[in-house]
Design a protein around this ligand. Structure first.
Ligand SMILES: [Zn+2]
Length: 253
């Protein structure tokens, strides 16, 4: 299942209901608890309003939101924190023309705990893979480059679990360490769905230059490929086993 891009914006309107997936149960969505959104302006910002060089853009605000899972028996609580950002807003004027230039404050999410899953972490995934994914999902809100680094570690953990070699002999008979992209190439060569799995290489290449060079669209694409690969490797066995069990069942048993 591909990740719904609209759910994972870092900037959201103040009146949003969120709707992020619950980290604890499979079907729940997280909604703002009544009165659960708090906005505050720090003293240093409020005092600056009196300064002659003050402009509306100078305002700093902090917010926190308490979200609750809408599946009643679960009721998980997730806290989000962040600050405000000003964005341009398009407004329809009376003549049906779109007017650009209006500005509005929106919430920027800086952190979420416990972190909503960008995709479901199956209990069939090896513990190291599960751990790395949980960290990646937390870092998603804080630092895209750090999130990508964790996704690369997740792929390394999966390749280790699949016993993909870490070293190779070069043509001169010398041992060479294989980088992540080479290991992915070795894993996908000849594998079923090798075309789709080839997308894993994007994770190896994403954001390798450091800094802010990670595009969130690329990051979400990489997550789609990773989910496809992990569920294909670790969940298909249990699905096949269940199918075989059903097939073996005689009618009426
Ligand atoms: Zn829940």
């Amino acid at each position: 299942m591909t990740i719904n891009r609209d759910t994972w914006h870092l900037l959201v309107p103040k009146n949003t209901t969120f709707g992020l997936p619950c980290p604890t149960c499979a079907n729940g969505k997280l909604r703002v608890a009544p009165g659960g959104l708090s906005l505050f302006e720090p003293r240093h910002s409020a005092d600056y309003h009196d300064n002659e060089s003050w402009e509306p853009d100078n305002v700093s605000e902090r917010w926190s939101a308490r979200l609750v899972c809408d599946e009643i028996p679960c009721g998980e609580i997730v806290h989000l924190i962040g600050d405000m950002e000003v964005v341009e807003v398009e407004v329809d004027d009376d003549d049906g023309q779109i007017y650009r230039g209006a500005r509005q404050e929106v919430l920027r999410i800086r952190s979420a705990f416990p972190a909503p899953p960008l995709f479901r972490i199956s209990k069939n995934f090896p513990p190291r893979v599960r751990r790395e994914l949980e960290l990646a999902f937390r870092l998603y809100w804080m630092d895209a480059s750090a999130c990508v680094a964790r996704l690369r570690t997740t792929v390394e953990a999966m390749l280790d679990h699949q016993k993909v070699p870490k070293e190779k002999l070069d043509k001169n008979g010398k041992m060479r360490r294989m980088d992540l992209v080479q290991r992915i190439k070795a894993f996908t060569a000849g594998a079923a769905h090798s075309d789709q799995l080839d997308g894993l290489r994007n994770i190896g290449n994403l954001g390798t230059h450091g800094g802010d060079d990670v595009d969130y669209g690329d990051l979400l694409d990489a997550l789609d490929v990773l989910e496809f690969a992990l569920s294909g490797i670790y969940d298909s066995k249990s699905i096949n086993a269940k199918a075989a069990k059903l097939k073996a069942k005689k009618p009426g048993t």
